[in-house]
Design a protein around this ligand. Structure first.
Ligand SMILES: CC(C)(COP(=O)(O)OP(=O)(O)OC[C@H]1O[C@@H](n2cnc3c(N)ncnc32)[C@H](O)[C@@H]1OP(=O)(O)O)[C@@H](O)C(=O)NCCC(=O)NCCS
Length: 164
């Protein structure tokens, strides 16, 4: 029997996706503590309703292969500025262009909401993420500054921006 590869679909997550979102989010926070402002401990004990509420409150995009949620990217908008957070692709799905596809949809959503500038922060040691952001048009602004404490170490964070 021939098995065709599952098509990737990108869509906005809604409250009904809360269980899928919780699994992906906790996996991301556990495996990449350096990549997120929140920690696994912040979210691990929370009820499903908290995850559903976070989906209702903002624009969180999910990448699906069949019914499986394999990646995410969120847009926090404030007037004409937008911040990108919750960037994550499951380890076995990386290097297939999924983050690039998520960003394409996020950029379209941002433009549609009147956002003129996107920003994000990334640990300066997180080279895959840095290369990804550079590849879609982000530039570092200034020197690494704000420090993030993880596993007893302080990580330098870079702020990156792009005009839309
Ligand atoms: C960063 C991350 C989201 C990239 O996701 P991905 O789906 O594998 O990325 P893509 O396949 O869309 O790659 C797009 C571009 O990013 C760059 N890139 C991605 N992974 C890379 C790596 N490991 N090394 C170097 N460049 C990389 C490349 O330029 C790539 O373009 P190319 O394939 O034409 O060379 C993923 O590695 C991840 O989830 N990391 C853990 C969580 C994380 O660090 N999040 C960011 C928090 S700030």
């Amino acid at each position: 029997m021939i098995r065709w590869p599952l098509r990737l679909r990108i869509r906005r997550l809604v409250a009904d996706d809360a269980a899928l979102w919780r699994d992906l989010r906790l996996e991301a926070l556990a495996n990449h503590p350096e990549a997120h402002g929140a920690t696994h401990d912040d979210w691990a004990g929370r009820p499903l309703t908290d995850f559903a509420e976070s989906l209702g409150a903002g624009c969180i995009l999910g990448a699906f292969k069949g019914d499986a949620l394999v990646g995410s990217m969120a847009l926090d908008a404030s007037d004409s500025r937008g911040e990108i957070t919750a960037v994550y692709v499951r380890a076995d799905q990386r290097n297939k262009g999924i983050a690039r596809r998520l960003f394409k949809v996020l950029r379209r959503e941002a433009r549609g909401s009147g956002i003129q500038c996107l920003s994000l922060t990334v640990a300066e040691t997180n080279l895959p993420a840095l290369r990804f952001y550079e590849s879609v048009g982000f530039h570092p602004t200034g020197q690494p500054s704000r420090a993030l404490a993880r596993d007893g170490r302080l990580l330098n964070l870079l702020t990156m921006t792009m005009a839309l």
